[in-house]
Write a protein that binds this ligand. Structure first.
Ligand SMILES: [Zn+2]
Length: 408
């Protein structure tokens, strides 16, 4: 994969941010390893210069989401088993048009069997043949024109494969370069209290929260965290630092920050959180049923001693079910205010504009791939160079040719 390990625990990757094995979660490491293997395989494939992968960007690889979206497409116009097989053979370069059958000596002419007017290549079948023109009319005219002009990569026009936008690959890099590191954030934030802070049972009530945007798109996830102490207090709104972006990490980091500061200042606090795991852990540390987190272990390890110290000092943690009726009015107000901080915090990530642009490119890829693939499946299923498993006209043609040769 071209990765190296110069310092213990730090993996260096060409063109990508370093991976710190000491802090990286198993989930994220697994993801990065899979991605690394995939890229290495693409580079290997690209070196073989396969005709149907012409135009493939070996570094970025293919846009898997876009390439497979039509296959996963559900609904009334979902692919039948037969069409699915056709799509698979299109995607893998397994389609044998007339020209290739001729080259293999399986048919006696390379001429397109549909129109009889030109060589029956894949490019002809999908983009030029007048017999498949009706199918092309359903495509955006710009796509057809670009395919005919040769300005679309061959991997797309012959196999329906679209490349991953390079912006997507870069997205990970911005994360590593952006936002202060976790340690820095821990050291910077100070718990400051004003006259308008809210006390309950002698404890300063503080709402914490974390949230993550684009949760569905692994590479585009951006999390933020918030701490709301009260009006004119030292509230916090920050982007979650680090490559592992998820709401759980943001929630935990916010709680860690509050307990660390409460401990430093010798304050009793009551944390309001809608993070259920934190409430379960707190109950466990208070002597309730045990709780074993499976992810974000680095942060849980960090939180536990701070939380136990806070517990001993008389602090509390209250779970506020979001929109729950049981929650008191002021709890909901604090919860709403911390929510606003989280939204602002997640917007502090750098490169957000480019991220949005990359997401749009991915969506455009998906639409383009689906349209082109649908066209190819219909064109291929409809005729030209054989009809797939079971019906093989070229076999009949070859048998006829052999019979003719035998007679002469
Ligand atoms: Zn034709």
């Amino acid at each position: 994969m071209g990765w190296s390990c110069a310092t213990a625990g730090i993996l260096q990757r060409p063109g990508l941010p370093d991976l710190d094995l000491w802090t990286l979660s198993g989930r994220l490491l697994g993801h990065e390893l899979r991605q690394g293997c995939r890229s290495a395989l693409w580079r290997q494939v690209a070196r073989r210069q396969l005709w149907y992968l012409d135009g493939l960007d070996p570094d970025a690889g293919i846009d898997l989401d876009a390439a497979l979206s039509f296959m996963k497409h559900k609904g009334a116009d979902a692919l039948s088993d037969y069409e699915m097989g056709v799509l698979r053979s299109v995607l893998t370069g397994g389609v044998r048009p007339q020209s290739r059958l001729f080259k293999a000596g399986l048919v006696e002419s390379a001429t397109c069997p549909l129109c009889q007017a030109a060589e029956g290549t894949l490019g002809h079948l999908f983009w030029e043949c007048r017999c498949t023109a009706a199918l092309r009319r359903e495509l955006p005219p710009a796509v057809v024109q670009a395919a005919q002009n040769g300005t679309l990569p061959r991997c797309l026009t012959r196999c329906g494969i679209v490349c991953e936008p390079p912006e997507v690959r870069e997205a990970g890099g911005w994360l590593a370069a952006a936002a202060p590191g976790q340690e820095q954030l821990l050291g910077q934030w100070r718990l400051r209290v004003s006259q308008q802070a809210w006390y309950r049972g002698g404890r300063l009530v503080i709402a914490t929260d974390g949230a993550c945007w684009n949760q569905q798109l692994g590479w585009a996830r951006r999390a933020g965290l918030g701490i709301y102490v009260g009006p004119r207090c030292g509230n916090l709104s920050a982007a979650l630092p680090g490559m592992d972006q998820c709401s759980g990490r943001a929630e935990l980091l916010a709680i860690i920050l509050v307990f660390a500061e409460a401990g430093r200042l010798g304050l009793q606090v009551e944390i309001l959180t809608d993070y259920e795991c934190a409430a379960k852990a707190w109950a466990a540390w208070s002597g309730g049923p045990s709780f074993h987190p499976r992810e974000q272990l680095d942060l849980w390890r960090r939180l536990e001693p701070l939380a136990r110290a806070a517990l001993a000092a008389g602090s509390a943690l209250t779970w506020v079910a979001a929109h729950g009726r049981a929650a008191r009015e002021q709890e909901l107000r604090w919860n709403k205010l911390v929510d606003d901080l989280v939204v602002q915090g997640s917007k502090r990530h750098t490169g957000l504009q480019r991220l949005t642009q990359a997401i749009r490119l991915k969506e455009a890829n998906q639409e383009k791939a689906q349209a082109v693939q649908r066209h190819m499946v219909r064109g291929r299923a409809g005729g030209g160079g054989g009809r797939g498993r079971g019906e093989r006209p070229w076999k009949r043609q070859r048998a006829a040719a052999v019979a003719v040769e035998g007679r002469s």
